[in-house]
Design a binder for this molecule. Sequence first.
Ligand SMILES: Nc1nc2c(ncn2[C@@H]2O[C@H](COP(=O)(O)OP(=O)(O)OP(=O)(O)O)[C@@H](O)[C@H]2O)c(=O)[nH]1
Ligand SMILES: [Mg+2]
Length: 383
Amino acid sequence: MTKNNNQYSKPQPTNKTILVDVIPPKTSKEESSQRLDELENLVKTYGGMVVVKVIQKRGMPDYRTYIGKGKLEEILNENKAYKANLLIINNLLKPSQIYNLGETCKKQGIEVWDRIDLILKIFAKHAKSVEAKLQIELAAIKHTGPRIYGLGLELTRQAGGIGTRGLGETNIQIMKRHLKRKEQKIREKLKHYDLVQANHRKQRRNKDLKTISLVGYTNAGKSTLLNALTNKGVYVADELFATLETTVGKLYLPETESIVLLSDTIGFIQDLPPDLIEAFKSTLSEIIDADLLLHVIDLSDPLFESKILVVEEILSELGVAKKDKMYVFNKTDALTSFNKEELEDHFKGFSPIFISAHKKEGLNELIKKLENHLEIAHNTVNS
Ligand SMILES: Nc1nc2c(ncn2[C@@H]2O[C@H](COP(=O)(O)OP(=O)(O)OP(=O)(O)O)[C@@H](O)[C@H]2O)c(=O)[nH]1
Ligand SMILES: [Mg+2]
């Protein structure tokens, strides 16, 4: 194991947390409350405790502090009773906005994170392999690196302000070079894992083994399905980002008496920044190279349709939007009823199938459909 000194891997004490979501004024009540629910789930997954939830409707975020000045004062006033030590904004903030907010909030002993900080903290908490840890470190450098802007201001101020501007600037340059070197080192280390994985995939191709990749929103049930179909014993949990590594299991297809490989990897979430996706490219390469994608959808989630779109968008960013895809609607056991015909019609381009990975219902039908799908794809390629 390599020593990981990434700030995101340090264990944190339980945080009393204020959640703030800045949303466009037209956002519906339902959507705004579900956005906050997801954020709260992320905080719980991290191990934090939510003490205050705030929604601010604004056309444009404040350019200095993201949250409007009046709202910020209100929150800090209210917090005198709660004594929170963490404020999380459910958006992606500019380095200067995080810095300015942090400066105001630290007077009450409150640290400020944005949504990506929180996701990275969860990633760091769940990461087990050296590769995943390196990828998180890389993503953290890309995300927090630009915040040395604030550090420069701080150093200038400490040195006496006016007339000593140069000191802060020089230090920013030193820090920038240091981070650049660190980033290069991590990228070099990650190259080794890229090569190992590329080799594995090449060996499989040589053996003519087809690969199927499970994709989907976090918590949709991908790992549960992998476990139900193979005997991999992947970690399953009612938390976001339970999986951060890629696991590949073997799946036997009875009709053609053949074996295919089924891979499970990291789940997606709304507002994953491109830097983070880029950092995780080697973990996500199973998806990029798969012959078929099984998009697992939590049918019991009222927001499942918008989550399908989030996943599709990330697949586009990975350049695999046009890959062969099947939609697997999971967790049917958690619903008393649903309109199967309507869903079948609406998603007919994606061979929709309805299962309960948990109760192992619909799996034979899924395997049959998979087999047909791969056969057809195979015949098309060879005809
Ligand atoms: N009711 C019900 N719950 C399910 C089903 N499949 C999975 N779950 C539950 O959903 C939660 C998430 O399951 P996972 O398999 O860890 O989901 P995942 O998609 O791998 O999630 P990440 O790794 O976090 O992206 C767990 O609490 C599972 O027990 C199902 O068919 N029915
Ligand atoms: Mg999982």
